[in-house]
Design a protein around this ligand. Structure first.
Ligand SMILES: Nc1ncnc2c1ncn2[C@@H]1O[C@H](COP(=O)(O)OP(=O)(O)OP(=O)(O)O)[C@@H](O)[C@H]1O
Length: 258
């Protein structure tokens, strides 16, 4: 079920380095929110705080609050492994499990969650490969390795794997940066379809992509190298790209820096 995210005063560290500071925002359910900003401003770090992956990095630590609907993700007794299951992630480089078949890749996360009959698994595989616009291309080779697919197909397989566990939120960290333009458009189409089922957050360096796929855009920036990244503004994508409130946003989207 797609859920809303409410972040309050979030600061993230790598050891003593303060990578991002004082970030507060709402992410709406069943919509796409894009994170843009220059390299090093902390977009990926912030994304990883939303499913407690940041703390997997040695020295990774967070202050502040992240609420998923009414659940405090950093509250006492919350299991970070369960949080990562409920909030799925798709990475820059497609990373299907190389020795697993296409079929087993899709159900890999599901099998960790419990026992399913063959018929149930078959249904999940078909539903999520169809949902990832990949079914017609792979239905005759479901038991061949996922690593035999093209880069764009592998990324759609990774999206099918992420959606198969029916997550509350789907985080995407530059999911098209390793893909050719045709595969990129296929993933963008897919993102537009998936938002009817999931809350989606996407980090992208491609501003046309942010404009094409997202309803809301957040612009991050940092005052200087070594300084923490901050959220400068978040608004509807139309507003950010046509009439942003802050000069730095205008400068960035018009290509004056970054
Ligand atoms: N594993 C790490 N250990 C220490 N510092 C890190 C680590 N990963 C990122 N950082 C630092 O945190 C800050 C934010 O980096 P992050 O990768 O989140 O930015 P970004 O906006 O996603 O950059 P890019 O657009 O280049 O991917 C930078 O100063 C970076 O050097």
């Amino acid at each position: 079920m797609a859920k809303r995210i409410d972040v309050t005063g979030l600061t993230a560290f790598y050891g003593t380095h303060r990578a991002i500071e004082g970030i507060s925002m709402h992410v709406q359910p069943k919509s796409v929110t894009a994170f843009i900003g220059p390299s090093g401003c902390g977009k990926s770090t912030f994304l990883r705080t939303l499913n407690r992956m940041h703390e997997v990095t040695p020295g990774g630590r967070v202050e502040g609050q992240v609420m998923l609907d009414n659940e405090d993700l950093y509250g006492p007794g919350v299991d970070p492994v369960q949080v990562r299951r409920n909030i799925g992630m798709v990475f820059q480089r497609p990373n299907p499990f190389p020795t697993m078949s296409i079929y087993d890749n899709v159900v890999a996360g599901l099998k960790l969650n419990g026992k399913f009959s063959r018929a149930e698994l078959d249904e999940v595989v078909e539903k999520n490969l169809r949902g990832a616009n990949l079914w017609n291309e792979v239905k005759d080779r479901l038991h061949k390795p996922g690593s035999g697919l093209s880069g764009g197909q592998q990324q759609r397989l990774c999206i099918a794997r992420a959606t198969a566990v029916e997550p509350d939120v789907l985080l995407m960290d530059e999911p098209c940066s390793a893909l050719d333009p045709i595969s990129t458009l296929a993933i963008e189409d897919l993102i537009s379809q998936l938002k009817s089922r999931f809350t989606i957050v996407i980090v992208t360096h491609n501003m046309q992509q942010a404009a094409r796929v997202s309803e809301r855009t957040a612009f991050f920036n940092l005052a200087a190298v070594g300084q923490p990244g901050k959220l400068i503004e978040i608004d509807t994508t139309d507003k950010i790209f046509s009439n942003p409130s802050v000069q730095a946003t205008e400068d960035y989207i018009s290509g004056r820096f970054g």
